[in-house]
Design a protein around this ligand. Structure first.
Ligand code: ARG
Length: 467
């Protein structure tokens, strides 16, 4: 007989042990113990306020739950797979400690609204941790960008040399991406922090509960509007996984660039030894493994998103046990997102950029061809003709194996008599960058405005930056 089971009343035979293993969730949902206990304490206090428990009973439950919390945190709590999940493990231990009054905790509550609450609190906490980690990454990006306002490198389109940009501009592109990610995650909180407690199994309850006061005690922004919806949707976790997927997508693009930049053919960056590994056969190797793994783990987080989307798509109202499968994908994604953002911040703070290598690369690829076309257009030549003249100059320089700036004034005037000696100033990469001071452009003025805007944002959020 299944004496242990808290739902064992109508059962004659014990659960098969393979089924116990198959159906248990305590091996992973025990991560939600703190949220479970906080929610139960709030529930117990509310039951007393509503006259459903005496004040002493509620006090007994609350201190019993604190004792359970202490055992779990001390590592002395004996988790039992036969008790299925975190909720029943905690409630059983509570009853061991406080006696039969422990059985009153579940008044007006079901594991269905309980697990929804726990998971919402947990996801909310993790999403705010990601947000703070992103803020730190943005801060490191700003710091590195400030060091490199005047470091120029080839900006690419199609991964081909296009126009010179500053390294600051390149790094700031990521600062803006991660800033948006942080804001996006923050915006999810209003929908995550909705309390489902009081929905009970699916239909609400006959007990005169006060869900709003529980929600307020838990710092939730509002309570559920419909009991069936409250216990059966996981859209809040899906939003978090989508937000996490975007974070990983941005990290992965950055990693891809760092991997290229670390290749000696580019040589723009030296990754810190602590974030690289060697080869067991090729002594010269220093591999960008952290970046590669971050790029690889991105797929894993997408996998979690798709797994939960797929899990939910065919579920009829209301709670279905399938939904227990919501936690592992989230926990896995959480581990990846959180570690990836932090490690990227640490690694970025320590990597060495190599301005000389970037400068050498600027001399290949005719990055100043647009400047020549703009120069001619500014002197009245229609841009299409100016483009053509500059293209012909590129062809000549290419045939001679030199840059546009290495052609003589006579050579250049062969393409247009509008060209004067001041063309050489226009062809300098520093000039090209400095002239792009339009909003959001790569010019040093614009770069400084971007740095102040993003650090002001960090400061306004209370996430520091700004001197
Ligand atoms: N372990 C379950 C889960 O994570 C808790 C809810 C169980 N509810 C139920 N009616 N069996 O989904």
């Amino acid at each position: 007989m299944s004496g242990k089971k808290m739902w064992g009343g109508r059962f004659r035979a014990a659960t098969d042990s393979s089924v116990e293993d198959y159906t248990q969730s305590v091996s992973f949902d025990r991560r939600l113990y703190a949220e479970d206990i906080v929610g139960s304490k709030a529930h117990a206090r509310m039951l007393a306020r509503q006259g459903l428990l005496t004040a002493e009973e509620a006090e007994t439950l609350v201190s019993g739950l604190d004792a359970v919390l202490a055992e779990i945190e001390a590592g002395t709590f004996a988790w039992d797979v036969a008790l299925e999940d975190v909720h029943m493990n905690i409630e059983r231990r509570l009853t061991d400690i406080v006696g039969p009054v422990g059985g009153k905790l579940h008044t007006g509550r079901s594991r269905n609204d309980q697990v929804a609450l726990d998971f919402r609190l947990f996801v909310s906490g993790r999403v705010s941790a990601w947000t703070r980690e992103l803020a730190r990454l943005v801060e490191v990006l700003l710091a590195r960008a400030s060091e490199h306002e005047n470091t120029l490198l080839p900006g690419c389109t199609h991964l081909q040399p296009a126009q010179p940009v500053s390294l600051a501009q390149h790094l700031l592109a990521y600062a803006w991406m991660f800033r948006r990610d942080a804001e996006r995650l923050e915006s999810f909180q209003t929908r995550i922090r909705v309390s489902p407690l009081g929905a009970a199994a699916l239909a609400g309850t006959t007990y005169p509960l006060d869900p709003a006061s529980v929600a307020a005690e838990l710092g939730m922004t509002e309570i559920f509007g419909n009991s069936m919806d409250a216990v059966s949707d996981r859209d809040f976790a899906l939003e978090a996984l989508f937000g996490g997927s975007l974070v990983m997508m941005h990290l992965s693009r950055f990693c891809e660039e760092l991997i290229l930049w670390a290749n000696p053919a580019f040589g723009y960056v030296r990754l810190p030894d602590a974030y690289s590994t060697g080869s067991s056969i090729m002594p010269q190797k220093k591999n960008p493994d952290v970046c590669e793994l971050m790029r690889g783990k991105t797929g894993r987080v997408y996998g979690s998103l798709v797994s939960l989307l797929t899990l939910m798509k065919g579920l009829p109202l209301a709670y279905n046990r399938d939904m227990q499968e919501d936690k592992e994908p989230f926990l896995d994604a959480d581990r990846t997102v959180s570690a990836s953002v932090s490690i990227m911040a640490d690694m970025l703070a320590e990597m060495t950029f190599v301005p000389e290598a970037m400068r050498r690369a600027l001399s290949r690829g005719f990055l100043n061809a647009t400047e020549l076309a703009d120069y001619l257009a500014a002197r009245g030549l229609p841009f299409r003709e100016a483009h053509h003249a500059a293209g012909s100059a590129v062809a000549l320089a290419e045939s001679r194996g030199c840059g546009l700036e290495d052609l003589s004034l006579e050579d250049l005037r062969g393409f247009s008599p509008l060209i004067e000696n001041d063309v050489f100033e226009a062809l300098r990469h520093e000039t090209a960058v400095a002239r792009r001071s339009t909003p959001g452009g790569t010019g040093p003025d614009s770069v400084r405005r971007q740095i102040s805007a993003v650090s002001a944002w960090l400061a306004a959020k209370g996430w520091k930056a700004e001197p």
